[in-house]
Design a protein around this ligand. Structure first.
Ligand SMILES: NC(=O)c1ccc[n+]([C@@H]2O[C@H](COP(=O)([O-])OP(=O)(O)OC[C@H]3O[C@@H](n4cnc5c(N)ncnc54)[C@H](O)[C@@H]3O)[C@@H](O)[C@H]2O)c1
Length: 469
């Protein structure tokens, strides 16, 4: 979270709007007088709310999670994904408030919808959170208000799902109350990369697509207040599809590397890590992706299903999505098999083997465990008969495993490390003491090439894609 200067022309008001409602809103945004509402104070919504509040916009967060609202309203410095100091300051200065219901949504000139978009057990889009937020906003939507959906979703959601809900009740019932003239509606996908200190809200370009050109211009102006570069597109559908392309691109390329890692394991004498490092020296036409223990988080494992679901409407099968999901979803099983082989190679009974999972967050240096492959691996190991399972994660002090076990993170002293038979590195947090791990654990399954810089004997290390799995 940083408050870098935004280019001055982004603040210049635009007098050429056709309606008073649009012109007034543009002036409010440009002068910093607009009140910002954020529905959903999670990994996406809270940083956005803090970013606007940090730049002086009065901001109100709405979230049904009473505990989350209490923590935000108290300026809790330990909230994930934001600078504790900035959050504390904006709350203390009265710039950021939080509410558990939408009663005050009418106060906001701009409302961003940042609610979850998971999939159902059948891997279909679960849009009930978007619907709930749109229904709640519909009670308060008013002339001159801009509503921007940021949740990742299928192309068409903004116009086919959100717009009719918004226009069904409240002031939108007034005859002639129209998106683009009286109120404004757009889609602007989120690109936040939690834990990334180089690319933050202000220096990561965003895409905006409005229901009408005026909606696009107003949403662009709104996003320009916190973001240096805004790229308008011709419709919400294009913006919705663009976001899915970004995530499917990652999913497909990671799957390719996961498949090649398995091939390298079978070949035995080529390390996929060395291959990628060499390929990455090509300055054009190649972008490095790495293999790993499986996908995690709220985006990459989930979002591609939004498009494959929608494609079925058109009798179209998105084969790349299906194939990459299949490969990526087998990775926790592949890693589990490697751990089982590691145990089998030691003079210890399976029921006595002590296994340490290193990293349960889904990626490096964050605390987010949603859909983490570590949890799948732990569940699979338990099913296979491992009875002494522990984990360590500097960012996740305790977890509940899918089997209902409550575990606390183990601290990694040399004595503690020596007490384990096998350690499996699932998440390569930078805080892990890799030299000590390599020195003290009897056998290590490394799914991230986290031990690459550790010198010495590697006989006890099984590297994914290194020919050792
Ligand atoms: N986490 C990321 O890195 C990331 C990145 C880009 C896009 N996204 C997308 O952004 C969206 C939000 O993701 P997130 O990670 O912030 O989710 P999250 O689970 O961290 O936060 C969502 C918040 O919305 C709240 N909520 C649920 N129903 C609500 C309602 N009806 N009204 C208001 N609030 C409600 C929840 O209580 C929760 O606090 C998803 O569509 C996700 O795919 C996430």
């Amino acid at each position: 979270m940083d408050n870098q200067a935004i280019t001055p022309q982004a603040f210049s008001p635009d007098a050429s709007f056709a309606t008073d409602a649009a012109r007034n809103l543009a002036e409010k945004i440009s002068s910093g007088q607009a009140v910002v509402g954020v529905a959903g104070l999670g990994y996406v919504g809270l940083p956005l709310a803090v970013e606007f509040a940090g730049r002086g916009f009065r901001t109100i967060g709405f979230d049904p999670d009473a505990e989350r609202v209490r923590r935000v309203a108290a300026g809790d410095r330990s909230m994930d994904g934001v600078s504790g100091d900035v959050l504390h300051r904006v709350v203390r200065e009265g710039l950021l408030e939080a509410c558990a219901d939408f009663a005050r949504a009418g106060e906001a000139d701009i409302v961003f919808i940042c609610v979850p978009t998971p999939v159902t057990t059948a891997k279909n889009p679960e849009t009930k959170y978007i619907e709930a937020a749109a229904n709640a906003l519909a009670e308060h939507v008013r002339e001159g208000q801009l509503i921007v959906l940021k949740s990742t979703t299928w192309p068409g959601t903004t116009q086919e799902l959100v717009q009719p809900l918004l226009e069904r009740s409240g002031q939108a019932d007034a005859p002639g109350f129209a998106a683009g003239r009286d109120y404004f509606l757009a889609f602007s996908p989120e690109r936040i990369d939690p834990g990334n200190r180089t690319f933050t809200t202000s220096n990561t370009p965003v895409v905006v697509g409005g229901v009408t050109p005026t909606c696009t211009r107003l949403a662009t102006l709104a996003m320009q207040q916190v973001c240096e570069q805004v790229h308008p597109v011709s419709s919400p559908r294009v913006a919705e599809m663009e976001k899915l392309l970004e995530n499917i691109f990652r999913s497909v390329n990671i799957a390719l590397l996961n498949e090649l890692a398995q091939l390298c394991d079978r070949m035995g004498d080529i390390s996929i890590w060395e291959v990628v490092e060499a390929a990455a020296t090509k300055p054009f036409g190649f972008m490095p992706f790495l293999p790993g223990p499986g996908l995690g988080g709220h985006c990459i494992p989930v979002d591609p299903y939004y498009l494959s679901w929608m494609a079925r409407r058109y009798d179209f099968e998105t084969a790349f999505i299906t194939l990459s999901a299949r490969i990526n979803e087998t990775m926790p099983h592949y890693v589990t098999e490697a751990v089982m082989r590691a145990i089998a190679g030691l003079p210890v009974a399976l029921s006595e083997a002590r296994v340490l999972v290193l990293g349960v967050a889904f990626k490096r240096d964050v605390a987010d465990t949603r859909q983490s492959p570590a949890l799948s691996i732990m569940e699979l190991l338990t099913r296979r008969g491992v009875q002494h399972l522990a984990y360590s994660d500097p960012h996740v002090p305790e977890i509940e495993t899918p089997d209902g076990l409550s575990l606390a993170s183990v601290s990694l002293s040399p004595e503690a490390l020596r007490s384990f038979d096998v350690a499996v590195i699932v998440t390569d947090h930078s805080a892990f003491p890799y030299a000590e791990i390599a020195e003290h654990v009897r056998c290590i399954v490394d799914t991230r090439n986290a031990l690459k810089d550790i010198d010495g004997d590697r006989e006890h290390v099984m590297l994914l894609g290194g020919g050792d799995f």
